[in-house]
Design a binder for this molecule. Structure first.
Ligand code: ATP
Ligand code: MG
Length: 252
């Protein structure tokens, strides 16, 4: 399978605090990859590296085979345009409607008339499994699950090749979380969008093709979800061997 992102020997830091040390990870075209790891393990920072927003101290990040931090800023910008993101604290602008939130993103990129942008935005809302009425609603009028899907619609606004999601279902009730996961799975299947999803939620692993586990600054496991049961790490063992882990992941 074609690699969209390849991270080699990544080291990152904030000041003199090292976050990743010699981390390797690849993202394959068309997959849903979930990234797991304890709080503070560096998951969001890794996402920022993949979005080319955080520069590595060492190592290489190849996007479509090209060394992304050896390019000009303009070239990196062009790559970023092919990425959609739903940040951990990512919220829509609350003073404008959901529709305006999405058309704003579209019209900033494409010089198209307002009504064409509105049609595109409604299409994105439908992709995110929201009804057309949501277009004219304000973020505060939406439930938690709808807000996340509206933010997803905005992340889809520019037809990204890769969609990055940072704990999209945290804070949602289990039914809304399942609904969100199904929506992601559907988008991946219908559009072929590659998805990189950070999650704390074992239930989300059901829609993942592969999972990567971050610990002590490295990826200590990447592969099928089933393989998590063999990972020699206390945090992972506790996560997957509980009653909930066995139930959700179908372990023995
Ligand atoms: N801008 C920043 N400046 C300084 N330190 C930071 C910054 N962003 C993150 N950190 C630190 O880097 C470490 C990794 O943070 P990161 O947000 O990547 O972790 P995470 O795995 O996403 O955690 P969580 O599961 O809580 O979201 C944390 O200790 C955090 O405090
Ligand atoms: Mg985080």
């Amino acid at each position: 399978m074609e690699e969209i992102i390849r991270i080699e020997n990544l080291t990152t830091a904030y000041g003199n605090r090292i976050i990743h040390r010699g981390l390797n990870l690849t993202v394959k075209k068309g997959e849903i990859l979930s990234i797991l790891g304890g709080s503070g393990a560096g998951k969001s920072t890794l996402l920022k590296v993949m979005l080319l927003l955080k520069k590595p101290l060492e190592g290489r990040v190849y996007i479509y085979g090209v060394d992304a931090f050896a390019m000009t800023e303009a070239e990196r910008d062009a790559l970023r345009r092919r990425m959609g993101v739903l940040f951990q604290a990512g919220a829509l602008f609350s003073s404008i409607t959901v529709g305006e939130n999405i058309t704003y993103v579209i019209r900033k990129r494409h010089k198209i008339p307002q009504d064409a942008a509105c049609e595109m935005a409604i299409f994105k809302l439908r992709l995110a499994n929201l009804s057309d009425e949501v277009f004219n609603m304000y973020p505060d009028q939406l439930s938690g699950g709808m807000k996340k899907k509206a933010a997803l619609a905005r992340a889809l606004a520019l037809d990204p090749d890769v969609l990055f999601l940072d704990e999209p279902t945290s804070g949602l009730d289990p039914i809304s979380a399942d609904d969100f996961d199904r929506t992601i799975s559907e988008i991946n299947r219908l559009l072929g969008t590659t998805v990189v999803m950070i999650t704390h939620d074992l239930a989300s692993l059901r829609i993942s093709h592969r999972v990567a586990v971050l610990s002590a600054g490295r990826v200590i496991y990447s592969g099928p979800v089933k393989g998590l049961f063999e990972v020699d790490d206390p945090w992972v063992r506790e996560l997957v061997n509980g009653e909930r882990g066995r139930r959700l992941l179908g372990g023995t």
